[in-house]
Design a protein. Structure first.
Length: 578
């Protein structure tokens, strides 16, 4: 089948469905999408809250719990151990399918009745303040992370330990304020850099040691602003920088930001991959329009934040030995034929599920574990289930759900955003596609923040300027966030310095932060590229790069045309930095 242009139901912009896309939809027997790729991504992300934590009572025990569900969200919440116990049966909430109502109305009724676990964590001892984590020990305000120890204020950390304030790091130790980095030790304030030790402010560097403020370096030591120095001169200048001083650290950040813009960036961060497009992709084959892919990925499209998957479309936070996934969020783990799912793992032949595990042959189910042949949490015999399923799909097409904006949802559409238990500003949709309160209220649900009753015990004038002047009792103080008067809904207004954090900053000679953890996270987010691609041309015009005049290479890149960076194609970038 040939490619076809469509108009998005949501944004009314044109998008193209390619011939290979039609082949995939035919393979899994779903109709082609009516939303464009960006609107589909936003719709999925609106169903995932990672960082916003609240206190509310467990609806079974009455005990207070930390949860991702706002106290005003009209859902039932059980604490983790109770939810996973045999004290209750999700099938007790099962309901008959009603052919006089749209499917999504019935799903919403079930969603408001079936208890949900307070957090999406698995095996995280000593880590109650975190979400969507697996095998994380003694971690605090860390989210969407895997196999870590002693990680604080971070997102997307994997196989790391003793790190603070990081975004998407792997195999790092004793690191601070790093973004999109791998295999670092005592390396701080760095971006997209790997295999480096005892360094500060690296960008696009590999295998560097004792380097400060460098860009595009390979296998270097004792460099400052890309200039090679003798060891003694390097140590002298490093001491003069004194990153333990907040003023000197801030001045260096500004100087380094201007310095880094003078150097070319590769059009996209793609490593050891074949026939791919997107950003932050490694060890992948035939993966298109995708982002943050960490390996073992093949024949996927419109996916993000994944590892270990094949033949899948439109997923976020997915993989773990999975195939034939479609329209999912936090989904996979040895899964197969799993469509339209949220927080669903290790399931086979399922569609429209929320928080289901180790099950098969489910449709429209919530909270099921080790179940099969269920519709809306009601158990059916195998033959009856197989007879009901095509009738329900036909009913979804003949009696679709229409949301408040007039958008029509038939079989093949992901869950409507207005049914999500999270507001847009609570979900990660607003991290990657930020909107202000008025923009959210126009198209989505906006929830006002909970009134915070923090009483700060410090003001900025009393914050120690140098880490060497900080007293032990600062861990008892409540400091104001520098952004507290900017009316940012993600700002927590105030924060504490933890004892572990103070010890780390002293050891690494790094100044105390002036922003709350949430504001620090959003600063890191601003450094990464958008999950979107633009068609651009290489900006290289160097005569020694084997082209006459300006390079004519074209590519898809996450750097929008209005960005200040100098963008090179793969070949010109390699000639520049290798």
């Amino acid at each position: 089948m040939q490619s076809e242009n469509k108009t998005c139901q949501n944004c009314q912009k044109s998008f193209t469905i390619e011939s290979e896309d039609f082949n995939f939809y035919e393979k899994i027997k779903v109709p082609p999408p009516t939303f464009c790729p960006d609107c589909r991504l936003v719709r999925r992300l609106n169903w995932r809250n990672e960082r916003n934590l609240f206190k509310r009572a467990c609806d079974k025990t009455g005990k207070p719990v930390i949860t991702m569900f706002h106290p005003e969200a009209e859902v039932r919440v059980y604490e983790h151990d109770v939810w996973w116990s045999d004290e209750w049966d999700p099938c007790e909430y099962g309901q008959n399918y009603d052919f006089s109502k749209p499917f999504f109305e019935q799903f919403q009724e079930l969603l408001l009745r079936v208890p949900l676990t307070n957090l999406g964590n698995t095996n995280c001892p000593g880590s109650p303040y975190g979400n969507h984590n697996v095998d994380c020990e003694n971690c605090y305000l860390t989210f969407a992370s895997y196999m870590n120890q002693n990680i604080y204020y971070s997102q997307g950390a994997a196989n790391s330990r003793d790190c603070f304030d990081s975004y998407t790091i792997q195999k790092c130790e004793q690191c601070y304020e790093d973004t999109l980095c791998k295999t670092l030790y005592q390396t701080h304030f760095s971006y997209n850099s790997d295999d480096s030790v005892d360094s500060y402010f690296l960008q696009n560097c590999i295998n560097c040691q004792d380097c400060i403020g460098c860009v595009n370096l390979r296998h270097k030591r004792f460099c400052i602003f890309n200039k090679q120095l003798a060891e003694e001169e390097f140590k002298k200048q490093k001491k003069e920088f004194n990153f333990g001083s907040y003023e000197k650290l801030s001045d260096f950040k500004n100087k380094y930001r201007d310095f880094a813009l003078k150097f070319p960036q590769k059009y996209s961060n793609i490593i050891k991959s074949v026939d791919v497009s997107g950003d932050n992709i490694m060890n992948a084959k035939n993966v298109k329009y995708s982002f943050d892919i960490y390996g073992d990925m093949e024949n996927c499209k419109f996916v993000a934040h994944g590892l270990g998957a094949k033949d899948s479309y439109d997923c976020y936070g997915f993989g773990g030995g999975a195939s034939l996934l479609y329209e999912g969020v936090d989904t996979g783990l040895k899964a197969f034929n799993q469509y339209f799912s949220v927080l669903t793992h290790s399931c086979l032949d399922t569609a429209y599920t929320y928080m289901c595990y180790n099950s098969k042959n489910l449709f429209g189910c919530i909270g099921l574990r080790k179940k099969e042949y269920c519709i809306l949490n009601r158990q059916y015999a195998k033959a009856e289930y197989e007879t009901m399923l095509p009738k329900i799909i036909e009913h979804m097409n003949k009696m679709p759900f229409t949301d408040k904006k007039g958008i029509v949802y038939r079989y093949g559409e992901f869950f409507p955003a207005e049914l999500s238990p999270f507001s847009y500003n609570e979900s990660i949709a607003n991290e990657y596609f930020p909107k202000n309160a008025e923009e959210i209220k126009k198209d989505y649900f906006f929830r006002e923040g909970i009134e915070r009753e923090y009483k700060t015990t410090l003001d900025f004038s009393n914050m120690p300027e140098d880490i060497t002047d900080v007293k032990d009792d600062i861990v008892n103080e409540i400091a104001p966030c520098r952004n507290k008067d900017l009316d940012l809904f993600y700002c927590t207004q105030a924060f504490r310095i933890l004892k572990e954090e103070l010890n780390f900053l002293r050891k690494q000679n790094i100044a105390l932060p002036r922003l709350c953890p949430n504001c620090r996270h959003y600063e890191r987010l601003e450094r990464r590229n958008q999950m979107k691609l633009w068609r651009r041309s290489c900006m290289c015009d160097k005569a020694n790069h084997n082209h006459s005049g300006r390079c004519q290479s074209e590519f898809e890149t996450p750097y929008s045309p209005d960005r200040p960076e100098i963008i090179y194609c793969e070949k010109c970038y390699q000639q520049e930095v290798y």
